[in-house]
Design a binder for this molecule. Structure first.
Ligand code: ADP
Ligand SMILES: N[C@@H](CCOP(=O)(O)O)C(=O)O
Length: 355
């Protein structure tokens, strides 16, 4: 039987970049790559067979290989079912190779969600626009910073449109309804389609990025789920703290595009009072690393912050990468935490390629 295949390659992301909590994201050079093989001839006479998943790389020991439990294939099925396609094509094989560590603040779940949306779009031959792909991703991920950067690439800012009452209700359905448990028990029907997203939920703009700036990801060897790191955040903030972040974010989005980048401007512009102060209880060493590694002590450093919900630290720098990472390692070691570090580039967004 002749086979056809295609690949879906989705980058890692670092969200927030200090003051831009739930607003800005950066796509980085670590990838989740799916290779999908499907039979080219009809299998009308053969019983249906659900996708067969194999997996290598980060998370390989933990990730569910059951297509009704795996995040990526569940999201693909959500996209298909919202478009009146009841299941994936029969007899497909999906190999996932993942370089993005789980639960470290480098957007592994955002990448899995975008991979799933793109997979559903390809399998269903749906030709969805970028805007509609985003709608589906936002029904699962709910904050736009990682998924936008993972889909479109680069340094991006995004907001969620104010929805009317009906669309607010549609966009607020629990995740268990968006990604219900499948398949039904033998003999039972698949039920109604899951709730489709409202149209045009997310909007974004890509900022400039100075090519001289690289990202040092200092990755502690422990996982922190984004849900847990969101649970420690307050629901209300003082005007002083909001203005502190807004002032810095306004400067940061342009300062990172300037050549040469100005460390005096950027270091201060990457400070935050909305999420990092609350997350330090979950990440021993966070305040020390972000306050002791400075442009004056580490030439080349531009700014330093928590990556996404953590625990990874993101240092933006033009040179001196190793000294920054090794000194961060020393500080984390005083708290009993070992780290790995990677020098990453800012890259383009997701790519689907027919083989
Ligand atoms: N490639 C993947 N395939 C399936 N599930 C994934 C994949 N990547 C991440 N996940 C799921 O997302 C979880 C991590 O999400 P989250 O807590 O938001 O952290 P992160 O900062 O890495 O996005 C993992 O524990 C796993 O359940
Ligand atoms: N804005 C979110 C970003 C979460 O990113 P992740 O990579 O940790 O999933 C937050 O800060 O909670």
């Amino acid at each position: 039987m002749a086979k056809m295949s295609f690949t879906i390659k989705v980058p890692a992301t670092s969200a927030n970049i200090g003051p831009g909590f739930d607003v800005v994201g950066l796509s980085l050079s670590l990838y989740l790559t799916l290779t999908i093989t499907l039979p080219s001839s009809s299998l009308a006479d053969v019983p249906y067979k659900a996708p067969e998943i194999t997996y290598s790389g980060e998370g390989a020991d933990d990730v569910p290989l059951d297509p009704y439990k795996n995040l990526t294939t569940r999201v693909a099925l959500y996209v298909l079912r919202c478009n009146d396609i009841t299941c994936s094509p029969s007899h497909i094989k999906i190999h996932a190779h993942n370089e993005i560590p789980f639960g470290r603040g480098l957007g592994s779940s955002g990448a899995a969600v975008i991979a799933g949306v793109l997979l559903g779009n390809e399998l269903g031959k749906l030709n969805l626009t970028t805007e509609r792909l985003m709608d589906f991703a936002l029904m699962v991920e709910r904050h736009p910073d990682n998924v936008t950067a993972a889909l479109v690439g680069g340094f991006v800012g995004s907001y969620l449109r104010e929805l009317d009452e009906k669309d607010t209700a549609a966009a607020s359905v629990p995740l268990s309804e968006v990604l219900p448990e499948y398949p039904p028990d033998a003999g039972e029907s698949w039920g109604l389609n899951p709730p489709a997203p409202p149209m045009g939920i997310g909007h974004y703009v890509r900022f400039g990025w100075s090519e001289s700036i690289k990202a040092v990801a200092i990755i502690p060897r422990f996982e922190l789920s984004t849900a847990k790191a969101r649970d420690v955040l307050p629901t209300q903030y003082s005007r002083k703290d909001l203005v502190f972040n807004l002032q810095r974010l306004a400067v940061l989005t342009t300062a990172l595009a300037q050549s040469p980048p100005d460390p005096d401007l950027i270091y201060e512009a990457m400070k935050d009072r909305i999420h990092q102060p609350y997350r330090k209880t979950l990440i021993p060493g966070l305040p020390e690393v972000t306050s002791q590694i400075l442009p004056s002590t580490h030439p080349g450093l531009l700014g330093i912050c928590l990556s996404g919900a953590g625990p990874t630290i993101l240092a933006l720098a033009t040179h001196g990468f190793e000294a920054i990472a090794e000194d961060a390692r020393k500080i984390f070691l005083t708290k009993g935490i070992d780290v790995d570090w990677k020098l990453l580039e800012v890259v383009g967004g997701s790519v689907v390629e027919q083989q």
